[in-house]
Design a protein. Structure first.
Length: 102
């Protein structure tokens, strides 16, 4: 299993658009083979900061996500809305061992 936490800072005047585009990406992403979880989180301290928590069964499934039409559409739509480049941090999972426990 691989988890990627994507840290995003959005321009203040684009927050609502970013949320809507990201919800569409989320809804399609959770239907992908190998997707275990795709959370969209917004900071309670700074509404322009988001974390996307993406869990996939394997590196291959995570890589396949980046080839999907919905991801490409999201990536292109939000590119100009970023206040700074987004950063993806991959993580190995120690616990839980069984994704059914999530």
């Amino acid at each position: 299993m691989i988890v990627t936490c994507v840290l995003v800072r959005v321009k203040p005047d684009r927050v609502d658009e970013f949320i809507q585009a990201t919800i569409r990406n989320h809804e399609a992403s959770i239907q992908e083979p190998g997707n275990l979880r795709f959370d969209v989180l917004q900071s309670t301290e700074d509404p322009t900061r988001f974390t996307l928590y993406e869990a996939y069964e394997s590196q291959e499934a995570a890589a396949a996500h980046k080839q999907t039409p919905h991801y490409i559409q999201w990536r292109d739509a939000v590119a100009d809305w970023m206040a700074e480049p987004r950063v993806g941090k991959p993580h190995g999972v120690i616990r839980p061992v069984d994704p059914d426990l999530w």
